[in-house]
Write a protein of this length. Structure first.
Length: 299
């Protein structure tokens, strides 16, 4: 098969591409996987249309890009079975019976955090690389996903700001973003906090494959180490406002059967609202990580 990638973002030829000429249900050889990785290095976010993957096929393809991480899918009642396999992050508004979540289901408020700008698993001490989101059911309106290019945002910063933020580190916590989105701290269970206690990330990172620098921003950032809370919050707000300008952002309208891959090392994203009490949205995400970093974190 001949795999090709082209830009579909009129604002930036090097951000958001479409990969064509690949069947992800096939047994891809290493050359095909490397072609996909090369497209990701160039664009950072890519869509592959008309794939219609089942869970096994999505997991199988994702495992070719790195070590799979396992989803906690927090928010459900203690002891309740998950709706999906542990390799799949449930990015839906559905319960274990495959019905739309009840209005009082606590997962509703916890998942509001997904509508804030964030980077997947920046609160985990592992080198999270790609996220792969498969569209199984989409609402007739709304529910877009917006992506921001953290490479271009960093490049466009004034040199004085680059010098100011070089070497700074931030504490990331998923529970911080959930409280920002409306969850009450007392409603987050101790076992959930213990499963995801948070971690520290650099504010600027260099991509291991491309060598490009990018900002590491997310609503998960609770504080900047070495700065007062007020100074740290002002800095993160300033950088985030800069990084989500229209010139750095692409909004993707989903179609069933699409798989979108993004590189968490150099992008930020957020889900957009839709009528989630009326329409079903079933999206399933696999996420991969650098095996060496993940092993080191586990030790």
């Amino acid at each position: 098969m001949t795999i090709e990638a082209r830009s579909i973002n009129p604002k930036d030829a090097n951000f958001f591409g479409e990969i064509e000429g690949v069947d992800l249900k096939a047994d891809l050889d290493r050359a095909a996987v490397e072609a996909i990785e090369a497209a990701m290095d160039r664009y950072a976010v890519c869509v592959i249309r008309n794939q219609f993957l089942d869970d096994e096929q999505q997991i199988e393809f994702s495992s070719k890009l790195g070590q799979l991480s396992y989803a906690i899918n927090y928010g459900r009642a203690q002891g309740a079975a998950t709706r999906l396999r542990r390799e799949l992050y449930d990015i839906s508004n559905l319960n274990e019976g495959d019905d739309i979540l009840a209005n009082d289901d606590r997962r509703r408020v916890l998942r509001e955090g997904d509508r804030l700008w964030h980077t997947d698993r920046s609160f985990i001490p592992a080198d999270t690389t790609y996220s792969l989101l498969s569209a199984r059911e989409v609402p007739p309106e709304g529910g877009n996903t917006e992506f921001a290019d953290m490479r271009a945002a960093y490049d466009a910063l004034p040199e004085a700001v680059k010098m100011q933020i070089e070497g700074l580190r931030c504490e990331h916590s998923i529970w911080h973003s959930r409280v920002l989105a409306g969850a009450k701290p007392e409603d987050i269970r101790a076992d959930e906090r213990a499963q995801m206690p948070g971690t520290v990330q650099p504010l600027v990172r260099t991509h291991a494959r491309t060598g490009r620098k990018s900002l590491v921003l997310a609503s998960h950032i609770e504080r900047v180490i070495g700065l007062s809370d007020e100074q740290g919050r002002a800095l993160i707000d300033q950088l985030t406002k800069f990084a989500i300008q229209d010139r750095f952002v692409y909004s993707h309208r989903w179609s069933v059967g699409e798989l979108v891959i993004w590189d968490n090392r150099c992008t930020m994203h957020r889900g957009r609202p839709f009528d989630d009490t009326r329409y079903r949205r079933d999206m399933r995400r696999t996420t991969v990580q650098n095996a060496q970093k993940a092993m080191a974190a586990a030790e």
